[in-house]
Design a protein around this ligand. Structure first.
Ligand SMILES: *Cc1c(COP(=O)(O)O)cnc(C)c1O
Length: 377
């Protein structure tokens, strides 16, 4: 089955009992047992729920994994995966990971003596250099936010194998429609399904998929022990989102390319960051490991004041955090998503005050371009 078909026919797609073509929302916490310890596949909804299970099978299918897991948010998924590690272990992470992941490592898991090093994973040498005797995992986000840096997942998996590390990839920006990290050698792929997978700005959720049965058992044990599971209603919403994921990703890609072209030719825009541009340092790798370049663009308008003026004037771009929805969103990373990162570190990463980030939606591209044009003017 090809990717687009999997989004419709993958996983569990209907109710065997009634023939309903949409999996019912099993709004239930517990299940009648036929005898003590003799249950029909489900005993308690933290451990397993039929609606969540249907979603978990479809994400496993889409990522070419063996099993999937659904969580109450992307951060719940990431936190649970990090529980695979022990106190005293060390993790090497992409330096411009999602702000929440940065906060989890530096303000929460550090208290449990889980050590970390942030490096530019787009540079292989720095990754090898950061590995210590107690390093147990490599955590990669590609493309990154907001500068859209690209990491070579295959090269990371070679390093991981050589040093016996778990390779964890946050695939939120690319989605399984464009990029399948498990096929490139990752052990664990995870998502903030709040973004493209849900796609309609109406649900907060996280998803994980793995290939190996051993890892699947360990993650299921943690999912049940930690308990940060996704509810049945939200699981259903994600399944509905997945049905149009391919269409939405294609529409976003096409709009994004037109907007990139417009921004590149604009006199008030100093730099455009987009992996689809041949001049982007990660362009060739992005082309080789991903079917598309995604719907995120960052561009610099020279100063914080100018950037705020643009944000004030746009009509079709909603000023909001988050990304990956049908509606276009606009934000100022330095003052919004990355405000919790110290100014010094932001400067190191290249997140300037004049940097605007847009998440391109599926509106008419001409309206989006006209809107940006009037706002920049
Ligand atoms: C949003 C996001 C997260 C966190 O997900 P939540 O659903 O907000 O908890 C993690 N990684 C990336 C890349 C994100 O964009």
């Amino acid at each position: 089955m090809r990717s687009k078909t999997k989004m419709i026919h993958g996983g569990i797609t209907r109710d065997e009992q009634t023939g309903a073509v949409s999996v019912p929302i099993y709004q239930v916490s517990t299940y009648k047992q036929d005898g003590v310890g003799n249950f029909r596949g489900y005993e308690y909804s933290r451990t397993g729920n039929p609606t969540r299970h249907a979603l978990e099978t479809v994400i496993a299918d889409l990522e070419n994994g063996s099993r999937g897991f659904a969580f109450g948010s992307g951060m719940a998924a990431i936190s649970t995966v990090m529980m695979l590690l022990d106190a005293g272990d060390h993790v090497v992470l992409t330096d411009d990971v999602y702000g929440g992941s940065y906060r989890l490592m530096t303000k929460v898991l550090n208290r449990f003596n889980l050590d970390h090093t942030f490096v530019d994973t787009s540079n292989i040498a720095t990754v090898e250099h950061a590995i210590k005797p107690n390093t147990k995992a490599l955590y990669v986000e590609t493309p990154t936010n907001p500068l859209l840096k690209i990491t070579d997942i295959k090269k990371m998996s070679e390093i991981a194998q050589k040093h016996n590390l778990l390779l964890i990839v946050d695939n939120t920006f690319a989605t399984p429609y464009w990029q399948q990290p498990l096929d490139l050698g990752a052990d664990i792929v995870l998502h903030s399904a709040t973004k493209y997978i849900g796609g309609h700005s109406d649900v907060v959720a996280g998803l994980v998929a793995v290939k190996s049965d051993e890892l699947a058992d360990r993650i299921h044990f943690l999912q049940n022990s930690v308990g940060a599971v996704l509810g049945p209603q939200d699981s259903w919403l994600l399944m509905r989102g997945i049905k149009t994921l391919a269409l939405r990703m294609e529409a976003t890609e096409s709009n994004t390319q037109k907007i990139v072209e417009f921004l590149q030719g604009h006199e008030k825009v100093t730099t455009v960051f987009y992996p689809g541009l041949p001049a982007h340092p990660g362009h060739e790798i992005a082309k080789s490991q991903s079917g598309g370049f995604g719907g995120m663009i960052s561009f610099d308008v020279g100063s914080g004041e100018r950037a705020e003026e643009v944000l004030k004037r746009v009509n079709y771009f909603t000023l909001a955090e988050s990304l990956g929805a049908v509606e276009s969103l606009i934000s100022l990373p330095a003052k919004m998503t990355h405000a919790s990162i110290p100014a010094e570190r932001r400067a190191e990463l290249g997140i300037t005050d004049g940097l605007i980030r847009i998440s391109v939606g599926i509106e008419d591209s001409e309206d989006l371009i006209e809107d940006l044009a009037q706002a920049l003017r």
